[in-house]
Ligand binder design. Sequence first.
Ligand code: ATP
Ligand code: MG
Length: 349
Amino acid sequence: MPPGLHLQGISKQFGTGDASVLAVNDASLTVDRGEFVALLGPSGCGKTSTLRLIAGFERVDAGAIEIDGTLVAGDAVHVQPEKRRIGMVFQEYALFPHVSVLANIEFGLRRMTATDRTARTREILELTGLAGLEGRMPHELSGGQQQRVALARALAPNPALILLDEPFSNLDAGLRARVRAEVGEILHAAKTTAIFVTHDQEEALSLVDRVAVMLNGSIEQVASPHELYSRPATRSVAEFIGDANFLPGVAHGDTIECEIGILAARQQIKGPVDILLRPENVELLAAQPGLPAARVRHTLFFGHDQLITVQLPTGTFLTARLGPSDAYVPDLPLQVAVRSPVIAFPRSS
Ligand SMILES: Nc1ncnc2c1ncn2[C@@H]1O[C@H](COP(=O)(O)OP(=O)(O)OP(=O)(O)O)[C@@H](O)[C@H]1O
Ligand SMILES: [Mg+2]
């Protein structure tokens, strides 16, 4: 069975000369049929541009796009957006304001017979939990309900692919968590291939099975949330996902020598490296007489945990995540230890 979506090295440049922007740079991604994948990256990294290329609103400069095994872009092919069988949900719900929920959902079903249309609408209302609200006008719904109508309208014509661009950013924090869980369940039940764009890590990591990390127009890594955090493929991904300390060291295959001592390496590596230390893997121990001590420089208290910044004897700063103890006063001398094995990246400079 072909994948639900396949991007093969797609690129898109806007403008020319000095003013040009390479918004999408040789991006590749394969999404299984029925899979729900987040496209996560900082503002301006090319997420919306990628969705616009997939949807067909823009033409690719290079590369190819296949939806359900059909080439829709590339090799001089450019299938028109309305022929790509794509449903879209954007930040601004873009419902038709002057017609009912029912009419909004039926919009994409105009070509069906009246009987089929009624059956399909019923099915979608049930799936999205909107049954009973079909007679309401959009302004008579909450923000979360409106977002479900937008999703219902996108799903109704049974698209091959659903694209969601920052669909929850208009909702306040409390509602957002609930609506995103609902949308996740609806898409799961609908078994539709879906790509969900966000720059919010927590949103991406908590909602989907796999996350594609986009940085500077390219997809750097596609992996489960757990793997992205514990085994980032590049230093840039490690920096972007969660909190990261980097400590210089020299790798000798299985081990890495650094200021804290000799650490076990998770992968074979040699030469100058930057060791990734997540704050929860940094341990603070009592200072030992005769050994140079690290010093507490700063604490950031969150209640259930706290981030303690310590300075190593050479001057490098590290943060440690610890439980809510009040023992870590400024200038307290300490010994720093690390839970290994650790991940390291070849030093770039
Ligand atoms: N039509 C366009 N003309 C010129 N430049 C563009 C155009 N569309 C996007 N860009 C540029 O391409 C880059 C990527 O933009 P894009 O909108 O894809 O980012 P994004 O990842 O969706 O960001 P955000 O999280 O802020 O929505 C940006 O530098 C942007 O300014
Ligand atoms: Mg965008």
